[in-house]
Write a new protein. Structure first.
Ligand code: GUN
Length: 296
């Protein structure tokens, strides 16, 4: 193996420490405690794990955590009424509605009902538009965390060839925007891309976000490239399940210059950036200076 392992777990701990320091300062100087409300509708097991871990880490950095667990049969009107309450609540600076939502609920309608200033997921159409036009916005957590790892490892990204695999609203599209804003030459690939390995082979930066275990193999990777593996896939192995990324780790690590592992790469950065976005939202809401290094 030749690739350097990018330690997202360690980097996420430094981000959370920065957040915690800023939160302590807000309390000491202004008596303000940033608050994050997380809304979970239904009992999706993976979502329950994420929501529990978000709540725990929110409290660990000194912020207030408000959890709202609603039954799977919750009506759109009831969910919208809760969001309206959270929008009006001055102790809530960030609102996150865990996705996916049960099928009878319209996710776009629900997300766009969140006050854009409290939209710590960066999914509201206003924030999407601001990011797309290079203006100050709330930035989706997983792409923001991936960008932080890339900048930390590579320094300035200007001029680099970046290939993003996956065009989701949560990762692929905002990731492409962030890389473009950093002056990369960006190619956004998806399931209909012709000869994907050929396209990926020209990349200095590869971001894989497709949700298919081990899809990207070492023969797709340009020697020395930096590989960010956003995939979190559960695969069965000898009666147990194991987490693997979208990249075949062994073969990619043999060719890449650096690669994020799964677990311990991008995953921990997502929640760290959620906390970062919440403290940023709190500062903006109160007209105070934002923490440095936690926004693009
Ligand atoms: N489900 C999977 N990823 C995410 C995320 O980043 N935010 C929310 N709200 N739901 C998700």
């Amino acid at each position: 193996m030749t690739a350097q392992i990018i330690d997202g777990k360690a980097f996420a701990a430094t981000v959370r420490a920065k957040v915690a320091a800023h939160v302590a300062g807000l309390l000491a100087s202004h008596g303000i405690i940033p608050g994050l409300a997380v809304v979970l509708v239904g009992e999706d097991p993976a979502s329950q794990v994420y929501v529990r871990s978000k709540g725990k880490m929110t409290v660990e950095v000194g912020m207030a955590s408000f959890e709202h667990r609603l039954t799977a049969s919750t009506s759109e009107a009831d969910l919208m009424a809760l969001i309206d309450d959270l929008n009006k609540d001055d102790t809530v600076h960030g609102i996150l509605v865990q996705l996916p939502l049960p099928g009878h609920l319209n996710a776009n309608l629900v997300i766009n009902a969140i006050d854009p200033a409290k939209d710590v997921d960066g999914f509201h159409i206003l924030n999407v538009g601001l990011l797309g036009t290079g203006q100050k916005s709330m930035v989706p957590c997983t792409p923001l965390g991936s960008l932080m790892l890339l900048r930390d490892h590579l320094g300035p990204l200007a001029g680099l060839e970046a290939v993003v695999i996956g065009r989701s609203n949560i990762v692929g599209k905002p990731m492409a925007q962030l890389l473009l804003n950093d002056s990369c030459t960006v190619t956004l690939c998806h399931s209909r891309t012709r000869d994907l390995p050929r396209v990926v082979r020209r990349a200095d930066i590869v971001v894989a976000a497709v949700g298919r275990a081990g899809m990207v193999t070492g023969d797709w990777i340009k020697p020395g490239a930096t590989v960010i593996d956003v995939g979190i896939n559960r695969v069965a192995e000898g009666g147990k399940t194991r987490l693997v990324g979208d990249c075949d780790f062994a073969s990619c690590a043999a060719v890449a210059g650096a690669i994020t592992p799964v677990p311990g790469g991008v995953g921990p950065m997502t929640i760290a950036c959620l906390l970062a976005n919440t403290v940023t939202a709190c500062c903006r809401a109160n007209g105070l200076a934002e923490p440095e290094g936690l926004t693009p």
